[in-house]
Ligand binder design. Structure first.
Ligand code: SF4
Ligand code: SF4
Length: 183
């Protein structure tokens, strides 16, 4: 699949380094809105036609297809995806996360790849960010998965106020000087 960038000449990964909403929705990596409402599901934010496909073979439910052209964009079949998260750590581009929009009445959860140190700990309050790295809200870490199978990519699961559901994609810890000031 190719993406028509003519409508967003100043937006998008080629101009800003981060994909635009239009690119993400056109890429085939998102489940339908209706599917997103139903339970945990993967979000694939991979919009550049690079030769890559470990996400395809990582999914035991065959919910991700790249196909014989290894530069094709991964396509997510939201009906096959169960939100297990096994694809998150295998993506070298850190482009996949899993969200459960209605984890509770008030909170959404997100599981995303994280390759910085120190890792957060279960129970920590962290700053959750959008795809530009800007802080959106605070969240609470529910789990940090560091299985050997994930190599050195941890998967962090956090919960946060569902009002920010569409914006949050990752997190950042406070800098050491910010932590000092918070004492
Ligand atoms: S979250 Fe699980 S089921 Fe969904 S695409 Fe990833 S590996 Fe497949
Ligand atoms: S593994 Fe990641 S970077 Fe590679 S095709 Fe899949 S989503 Fe894109």
């Amino acid at each position: 699949m190719t993406i028509d960038r003519t409508q967003n000449e100043r937006e998008g990964v080629a101009y800003t380094g981060t994909p635009s909403e239009q690119e993400l929705h056109d890429s085939g990596g998102y489940a339908t809105q209706e599917r997103q409402e139903r339970g945990p599901v993967a979000f694939i934010e991979c919009v550049e036609c690079i030769p890559c496909n470990p996400c395809e073979s990582a999914c035991p439910y065959h919910a991700i297809t790249v196909g014989p052209d290894i530069t094709a964009l991964p396509q997510l079949d939201g009906e096959k995806c169960i939100g297990c998260g096994l694809c998150i750590a295998v993506c070298p581009g850190l482009a996949i996360y899993v969200k459960s929009k209605h984890h509770s009445e008030t909170h959404t959860t997100i599981s995303f790849p994280y390759e910085y140190v120190p890792l957060p700990s279960k129970g920590d309050t962290v700053n959750l960010t959008d795809r530009n790295g800007d802080v959106v809200c605070q969240g609470r870490v529910l789990n940090v998965f560091t299985s050997r199978r994930n190599d050195r990519t941890a998967v962090v699961q956090a919960e946060f106020d569902k009002r920010y559901c569409s914006e949050v994609v990752s997190m950042k810890l406070p800098r050491s000087d910010e932590r000092e000031r918070g004492r």
